[in-house]
Structures are given as C-alpha cells and as structure tokens.
Write a protein that binds this ligand. Structure first.
Ligand SMILES: C[S@@+](CC[C@H](N)C(=O)[O-])C[C@H]1O[C@@H](n2cnc3c(N)ncnc32)[C@H](O)[C@@H]1O
Length: 414
C-alpha cells in the first residue's frame, strides 16, 4: 500500500478471551496501542503495519481494513453503503471477489441475502464506473470483502489477510482433533512462557505438534506468515518494495532456539505428523519429538520447565494408553471412550506428582471439575475458546507433596 494513503482503521478479530494478549502482541509488532473489543482489537495504523501484522501476528484471525461503519435497518441500507465505496480504488474488474458475512444480534432474517446485496452493490459500482463487473469466486477469490452486522451498526471491511491467519502454511498432516495454530499461540501467551525464561517446554500429548511448533517458531523468531501469501498482495495499492523489505527483515531475524522444546504422543502416527509439520515449519532441529504414554513418560530433561497441553477429552478424541487400555478391556470397544476421562486424568496427576516436581503444567480443558478429579489446585484459570467450546487453561504447580487439594470424604486414595 502506498504511504500516501491515509492510515486505515484496522480491526483484528480473535477468539474470545484472547483480546488482551492480542493487544500486547499488536504493541510488540507495531509499537501502537490497540483498543480491545469483544473478540478483537482495533487501531489506526500505517500500511506498513498492516503488512507487519499479517506477517507476525500469531493471535489474530485476520487483519481487516474498515472502510465504512453505518447504522442499518435492512438490506437496502447495506446496498447503499457498499455502493458508495470506491471499490475501483482497491481492485479491478478483472479480479474476482467474495463477500463474507458475520453477525451478532442482527435483526436481518437472512445473512446470505445481506451478503448478496453487498455483492450486487460492488458489482453495480464497477459497472457504473467502467462498464464491466468483476466475477465472484467463492473458493479462491482475489479479494475478500467482509460485512459485519451488529444489532444496529453494519461494518464493511476489506480483508487484507485472505486465508485466515491460523493457516501458517506448514500444516499438511493433522490428527482428529488438531488445535488451531492461533489457539496454541494463545495458550503460550496465556501461560507467560517465553524463550527468554530459559525454561524448557514440553507437550506430552502433542498430537500433530501445534503447541511445540508454535513455541519453537517463537524461540527461533520465525515469523508465522513467512511461508504464505496474503490478500493485500492482490490489492491495487500494494507496495511490493516495502513488503520485500519487511519480509527480508523477518527472514534475517531467524535464530537457533535458545531453549529446549519437547513433544510426545502415544500415537506414533501423530508423532510422524508432528515431525513432518516441524520440518515444514522450519523447526525440526529445535523440537525433540518421541512416542510414549503421558502416564509413563519421565521428564524429558533434568531442568523442570513448563508443560503445555490440550489433552484428549470428550467425544472427539479419547485417552489411549494405560488408562484407555483399562477402559477398552471393560468396554470391549476399539476406540476407548473414557467418559469424561476421569481415570486418565487421575493417573496423569499421580504421575506428575511423583515425577514432575518443580514443573508448571498448563492444561486446556472444558471440564470445570478437572482440578477436583486430579486432586490438584489450579493456581490460574484463563478462559479460552476452542472453537465453540468454552475451556479454561488451568495452571497446576507441581510442588512435590504440597499442591494437593484436601481429599473429599469418600475418596479412596490419591
Ligand atoms: C486433543 S489431541 C491433541 C492435539 C494436538 N494439540 C494437536 O495440535 O494436534 C490429544 C492427543 O493426545 C494423545 N493421547 C491420548 N492418550 C494419550 C496418552 N495416554 N499419552 C500420550 N498421548 C495421548 C492423542 O493421540 C492425541 O494426539
């Protein structure tokens, strides 16, 4: 984007609960203060910052440039609003576009119809200004226009990211319940772990490796967007020279990791996936990945560090290994369904109490009763959403013999 254009108003959507971490990240990337809103942050920033945010943000879902915000009552208001915008300054009729819509408490009956009216307005605007209308491509559009409908206010934005930012470009192999890269990054931010702490990081249920790969990229200073393209590269005002400078600055910041990062999983197939993903993410030399049951694996290094995991839970995936085996024997089913996984978590807590003294464990879980099940006191509870599932990231300090909650009457043993 040419620097002669005025600084745009940006909105960076994120998962609910992540706003404060994202505002900190935006400050670290741009030096600018962002205002936190529900599920996103807003700021005014120069175009170079738009490129930097796309390249460096681990927590934002996308970077939207807000073009208009107005009150609305029906689809005709949306049509007028979109028709008044100078789309011909942003892209040409030879490029394809798509209108995406999100809503919160909108009075409109059909969001699809609202999007259709905005699409018509954009196409009609082009026809009025040059004769031809651009085509719509719902799969791989050059330009994405975003319509957000609140209860009375509508916002029209141009999406400078394109594919959502959690798509970093390294994940080709994934398991049944992979964590979104943005959520893994939010877990890391919420835990306060940084490579500067010198503390090793370990995910004992690493699956396809999302947490350890995000952590290793942070440790190696590999910008999350270095492997992908962005929608702003298709816009008329794109400034390729500044973009090349920003990318080469990012490429020259890469370093070897100053900390040890470990992952393991009971499924060897998952460990293979994690290895291949780490390779593509440029961190294969910085993470040590192994197979193994979390209920049996000993600490991967002498120095106590930070465990960060989203363990198996619920319908999507169930605990395997010794806890799962027991259940399998009882149920006779191929895939162990451990109910709410109580036995797994009880055994995991016992294993940690015995062997992981001095470690901090951060566990993402939708189960509010987990500390009780594990008989561990949670010293922090950070609300985070895993898609639609409301979770807590729970911190347990594994201080030998002292972190237990009082036994409940009727408990047989710890
Ligand atoms: C919710 S998934 C984790 C997903 C992972 N964060 C990712 O991004 O792909 C839970 C993982 O726990 C693993 N798992 C289940 N039981 C285990 C056990 N006893 N020990 C170690 N890993 C186990 C599963 O194989 C699965 O990969």
């Amino acid at each position: 984007m040419k620097s002669t254009m005025t600084d745009p108003d940006l909105f960076l959507p994120c998962a609910a609960g992540v706003e404060a971490f994202l505002a900190n990240e935006v400050r670290a990337i741009t030096g600018l203060q962002a205002r936190s809103h529900r599920a996103g942050v807003a700021l005014k920033a120069p175009w170079a910052a738009v490129m930097r945010l796309n390249l460096h943000s681990r927590l934002a879902q996308r970077v939207l440039v807000q073009l208009a915000e107005q009150s609305y009552r029906g689809e005709d208001d949306l049509y007028q609003m979109a028709h008044a915008l100078a789309w011909e300054d942003w892209f040409t009729a030879r490029q394809t576009f798509k209108v995406e819509v999100s809503a919160r408490q909108s009075p409109l009956k059909s969001l699809n119809f609202a999007a259709l009216r905005v699409k018509d307005a954009v196409a009609d605007r082009f026809r009025a200004h040059g004769g031809t209308r651009p085509s719509v491509d719902t799969h791989w559009p050059d330009v994405r226009i975003h319509l957000h409908l609140g209860d009375t206010q509508a916002t029209v934005s141009i999406d400078t990211s394109g594919e959502p930012l959690f798509k970093r470009g390294w994940r080709e192999d994934k398991g049944d319940a992979p964590l979104k890269e943005t959520l893994a990054a939010a877990m890391i931010a919420a835990s306060g772990w940084t490579p500067a702490s010198g503390l090793p990081l370990y995910d004992p249920c690493c699956g396809s490796g999302t947490v350890v790969i995000e952590a290793a990229q942070i440790a190696c200073r590999i910008a999350p967007g270095l492997r992908r393209r962005f929608a702003f590269e298709h816009l008329l005002a794109h400034d390729p020279k500044t973009w090349e400078t920003i990318k080469s600055e990012a490429a020259s910041a890469i370093q070897t990791s100053p900390v040890a990062i470990f992952g393991s999983d009971i499924s060897h197939r998952m460990v293979d996936f994690a290895r291949r993903n780490a390779e593509r993410a440029g961190v294969a030399a910085s993470v040590q990945l192994r197979g193994g049951d979390a209920l049996e694996r000993m600490p991967p290094c002498e120095q106590p560090g930070v465990m960060l995991l989203n363990p198996p839970y619920g319908e999507r995936i169930s605990a395997a290994g010794s806890a799962g085996q027991n259940q399998r024997v009882r149920t006779g089913r191929e895939t162990a369904q451990t109910g709410n996984g109580e036995e797994f978590f009880r055994q995991l807590a016992n294993h940690w109490k015995r062997h992981y003294a001095g470690w901090q464990a951060w566990v993402l879980s939708p189960d509010r009763t987990l500390p009780g099940t594990m008989r561990l006191k949670a010293t922090r509870r950070v609300p985070l959403f895993n898609g639609p599932i409301e979770c807590r990231l729970l911190r347990f300090d594994m201080v030998a013999g002292s972190a237990r909650e009082p036994r409940q009457a009727g408990d047989a043993h710890a």
